[in-house]
Design a protein around this ligand. Sequence first.
Ligand code: ZN
Length: 124
Amino acid sequence: MKALVLEAFNKLVYKDFPDPVVANDEVLVKVEAVGICGSDVYGMDGSTGRRIPPIVMGHEAAGTITSPGSDVKVWKMGDRVTFDSTIYRLDDWYTRKGLYNLSDQRQVLGVSPGEYRRHGAFAE
Ligand SMILES: [Zn+2]
């Protein structure tokens, strides 16, 4: 697929990029629209430290499901979706109380602060 990759601070390159691997409890979304968040702008120039290159940024998007994982029951191919860009454990103490934004090991699409790297939606 094609993606807009932050290869170095202030250096974005539109290029071929490996297709994402979809876990059994995930869906693959063909991105049809994506927003540019202020955090992407300040991540691009390195001022926040939360977009360490190389990274495909973008965490506010909408599109169509092209590949649901084998454990996904509610969503199906062709569904038009948008999504919460955070990834969190469902068995976490905070998540069980509805406070998933505080979940241990929470990650955000399009972010690479050093502890993890989650490529985002500036991609097909
Ligand atoms: Zn944002």
